[in-house]
Ligand binder design. Structure first.
Ligand SMILES: Nc1ncnc2c1ncn2[C@@H]1O[C@H](COP(=O)(O)OP(=O)(O)OP(=O)(O)O)[C@@H](O)[C@H]1O
Ligand SMILES: Cc1ncc(CO)c(N)n1
Length: 277
């Protein structure tokens, strides 16, 4: 049976992040990808040159078109831009009953451009995060959502617990903005009490455009295929490690990761990833 996933996110004309990264990742992991566009960005590896949001009604209509016609196994959200769009997404998804929902709370692109208005943060916390099967903030996003600064390991745990209190069933605190010696470490915590760290070797590269989108899309593809949240996060870490390690060196700025690497490498993909209880 063909498994279907839906991404609700922005377009990256440069193809490394956003909806393009999501659809490529779904494809590589054997899932049929559908999409609802929230905004068009004029973007490349060097930065974001313009943001053109879709109106909330248009976002709702896209989600309805997909949900009314397909049996969607899992949904992910990326760039949502405004409070209006967040409200439309939350209400529309809820009207179909509970879905497996991965929230990547995208806020700022690598070059510093804002992909979420300040006014939208509250809507994200109140309307969307309570629906999350798992939320995958990077450290700056976790600081905003948990209203605290994150410096130490215990801050990471405290912020994760605050996000669980907002209603997410699980959280992955991504470590790409908080290098630990030679490692990139992501902390997984669930409301049911599971906890582990995924550690991989830190890769020296500037080609990290879209790492977060790719990682959360890989989680979504796995959940759609019936894996548990924890299993999905582990596979996604292998996927992103392989994709960063085999970066494509395209463009003059932060190049995209390599979505082909995971499948090509087979069992050796992300082989340095270690799970620490
Ligand atoms: N240099 C690196 N080496 C190894 N793993 C990395 C590196 N940078 C990021 N990662 C991993 O990539 C994944 C995404 O983390 P990151 O914190 O970069 O997300 P992000 O900031 O949301 O990405 P983006 O905004 O570019 O989409 C995590 O699993 C993280 O550990
Ligand atoms: C459209 C879009 N979504 C997400 C990100 C975050 O990487 C980006 N740069 N662009």
């Amino acid at each position: 049976m063909t498994v279907v996933a839906l991404t609700i996110a922005g377009s990256d004309s440069g193809g490394g992040a956003g909806i393009q990264a999501d659809l490529k990742t779904f494809q590589e992991l054997g899932v049929f990808g559908t999409s609802a566009l929230t905004a068009v960005t004029a973007q490349n590896t060097r930065g974001v040159h313009g943001v053109y949001p879709i109106d909330a009604q248009g976002v709702t209509a896209q989600i309805r078109a997909v949900m009314d016609d397909f049996n969607v196994g899992a949904v992910k959200t990326g760039m949502l831009f405004s409070a209006n769009i967040i409200q439309a997404v939350a209400e529309t998804l809820q009207s179909y009953g509970p879905s497996a929902l991965v929230i990547d709370p995208v806020m700022i692109a690598k070059g510093g451009a804002s992909l979420l208005l300040d006014e939208a943060v509250q809507a994200m916390k109140e309307l969307l995060i309570p629906l999350a099967s798992v939320i995958t903030p990077n450290i700056p996003e976790a600081e905003v959502l948990a209203s605290m600064s994150i410096k130490s390991d215990s801050d990471v745990v405290e912020a994760a617990n605050r996000l669980l209190k907002l209603g997410a069933k699980a959280v992955v605190m991504k470590g790409g903005h908080r290098r630990q010696a030679n490692y990139a470490e992501d902390l997984f915590l669930s409301a049911a009490g599971e906890r582990f760290t995924l550690r991989s070797e830190w890769i020296e590269t500037k080609d990290t455009h879209g790492t977060g989108c790719t990682f959360s899309a890989a989680i979504t593809a796995q959940i759609a295929q019936g894996k548990t949240i924890a299993e999905s996060v582990i596979t996604a870490k292998h996927f992103i490690q392989a994709a960063i390690a085999d970066g494509l060196t395209l463009g003059g700025g932060h190049g995209p990761t390599n979505h082909w690497a995971y499948k090509r490498l087979g069992k050796t993909a992300g082989k340095d990833v270690v799970l620490i209880d």
